[in-house]
Design a protein around this ligand. Sequence first.
Ligand code: FES
Length: 113
Amino acid sequence: MDGHADEHFIPVARLAQLDERGRAVVRVGEEWVALVRVDGRLHAVQQACPHRGGPLSEGDQDGCLLYCPLHAWAFDVRTGDSPTHPGARVRIYAVRVIGDEIQVAASGRLPAP
Ligand code: FES
């Protein structure tokens, strides 16, 4: 547990399904969500960039910053905030791993504007 005991988690993937960068794109309800591994820990953010829908799972990574592959807006996968474009934000989801099963909170949340 990581402090999200009150959230409803749903299984989305197995650890073996992550690619060599520790990423995957999974479905959570109505939304596509990118799983991104940073320093051994998994984070989950909405897959579609809020600028023009670029696939964030395909972006370059610098620590906790994920850069959209289309126009390089950066998002912090821990908070959903953008240090390069203040005010831009992505929905983030709590993640937990049970055995080899990755589970994501059914409802994500946006950082405060
Ligand atoms: S679509 Fe992501 S920065 Fe433009």
